[in-house]
Design a protein around this ligand. Structure first.
Ligand code: APR
Length: 435
């Protein structure tokens, strides 16, 4: 994954080189500069002494001494004044010169702090975007793993307007343990609301067998929801009631108890028959209360072009012949359709070269969900096509996952920049796309 964002102390990061946000003397200071010098030991100080300082925007390299990496690249970031003193260009050259120096020293991986966002007061959101943009520009022509190390979450500030929108989208759609986050509606309120009012409600995720119908988006009127004891479900005021209902479902009906008492000598016969009868009756009862898919549809499969096919009559070989195109086949077909080269696609997906060659060469390669989603975004698929694409790897988008919701939000907004999505995922402590 070419660009990774992690929360850590940069002195702990194991990679080929770490970058130090130093001052012009290179002889140490506070912040990350102080932390690096402290962790590296006095040897670093003497090496820096020989470098005789460094200009703003330039970068110099020393061994890493006691740090868990090979090199320390010292760069001096701009002090923020008002944005009209070349601050942005100087910050860009800090990242570019550090990356070039890492490349000259055959580094395969380099870790950056958010340069100038501490003592030098560079606006954090702007500094982060400059960092990501500059690193991406370098990675368009170079292969290197770049890690952006965020020490303090408050340093990590991203586009506020967009974030408010994402927050709203998550609140409206995210389901966690039966509550609608953010709208204050709880499970029981939702049930009452549903029972009494057929007003549109946000799609609800199945959180109990009672809500099988809600998956289809219907809000059922009260009478269509009888419970075994005949009263319309008034919504569950408490778990206790729900538990007792579940117990009732499991409990054997009195008739069975009587039969067992009378026919104890046939108990083995009675138990097995009646339990099968009970299961059948329960199944009939349940299917009466909760109409599920018609049996024939359940037995049938849906083929690639949406035709219902009775797969029970096909041999395994025939069924395997009709298996839909897999992830790899679909991915390469879409890359060819766009006339892209492999690097164009995997760099856009923030997937590293090694992983892509694994996708190409490994017979039974199976992508992680974040890799599949990264390619879906890189290919700029709309939401429907994204769902079909990740389904080739056995995944689906679900509203009970913040990661899925955030990716869904950006796809709907047609924002197909994996790094922008990753910054939001990072902000919500989610896995990043691309690996
Ligand atoms: N690991 C990773 N990041 C860190 C660490 C650490 N151990 N310590 C601080 N940071 C982060 C800060 O949270 C900030 O986001 O590094 C970023 C840069 O902050 P500073 O270290 O203050 O660097 P900068 O703003 O560039 O100012 C440089 O500060 O430390 C002095 O000698 C340095 O004079 C120079 C000036």
């Amino acid at each position: 994954m070419p660009i990774r964002i992690i929360r850590d102390d940069i002195t702990k990061v194991q990679c080929d080189a770490i970058v130090n946000a130093a001052n012009k003397t290179l002889l140490g200071g506070g912040g990350v500069d102080g932390a690096i010098h402290k962790a590296a030991g006095i040897g670093l100080f003497f090496d820096c002494l020989k470098l005789r300082g460094c200009k703003v925007g330039e970068a110099k390299i020393t061994p890493a001494h006691k740090l868990p990496c090979k090199y320390v690249i010292h760069t001096v970031g701009p002090k923020w004044k008002d944005g009209n003193h070349n601050e942005e260009e100087q910050l860009v050259s800090c990242y570019t010169n550090s990356l070039l120096l890492a490349k000259e020293n055959n580094c395969e991986s380099v870790a950056f702090p958010l340069i100038s966002t501490g003592v030098y007061k560079f606006p954090k959101e702007q500094a982060l975007l400059i960092a990501i943009k500059t690193i991406k520009a370098f990675l368009a022509d170079n292969d290197m793993d770049v890690i952006v190390v965020v020490y303090d979450k408050s340093d990590f500030q991203i586009d506020i307007d967009m974030q408010d929108d994402v927050e709203k989208y998550i609140n409206e759609h995210y389901w966690f343990s039966g509550k609608i986050i953010g709208s204050g509606l709880g499970l029981s309120d939702y049930r009452d609301h549903r029972m009494g009012d057929t007003a549109e409600l946000p799609p609800i995720h199945k959180y109990s067998p009672f809500d099988r119908e809600i998956d289809s988006g219907k809000i059922l009127p009260k009478e269509s929801f009888p419970t075994p004891w005949g009263k319309p479900a008034l919504g569950y005021k408490s778990r206790r009631k729900k538990r007792s209902y579940a117990r009732r479902l499991r409990r054997k009906p009195d008739s069975l108890k009587r039969a067992q008492r009378i026919g104890s000598e046939h108990s083995c016969h009675i138990n097995t028959d009646t339990s099968i009868e009970i299961k059948q009756r329960n199944q009939e009862d349940l299917s009466k209360w909760f109409p599920s898919e018609p049996l024939e549809r359940r037995k049938s499969g849906i083929d690639g072009c949406g035709q219902i096919r009775d797969i029970s009559r096909l041999t395994i070989e025939e069924q395997l012949k009709n298996i839909d195109a897999g992830f790899k086949e679909t991915l390469f077909k879409k890359i060819d359709e766009r006339g892209w080269t492999d690097p164009q696609c995997y760099k856009k997906a923030n997937v590293d070269k090694k992983l892509f060659s694994k996708i190409r060469c490994e017979e039974n390669y199976h992508p992680s969900k974040t890799t599949a989603l990264a390619f879906a975004v890189a290919l700029e698929l709309n939401l429907e096509d994204t769902k079909k694409f990740i389904a080739t790897a056995g995944y689906t988008l679900t509203h009970s996952s913040k990661l899925d919701l955030i990716v869904e939000y950006y796809i709907i907004k047609e924002q197909f920049d994996v790094d922008v999505i990753n910054m939001t995922l990072f902000k919500y402590d989610q896995k990043l796309l691309g690996y």
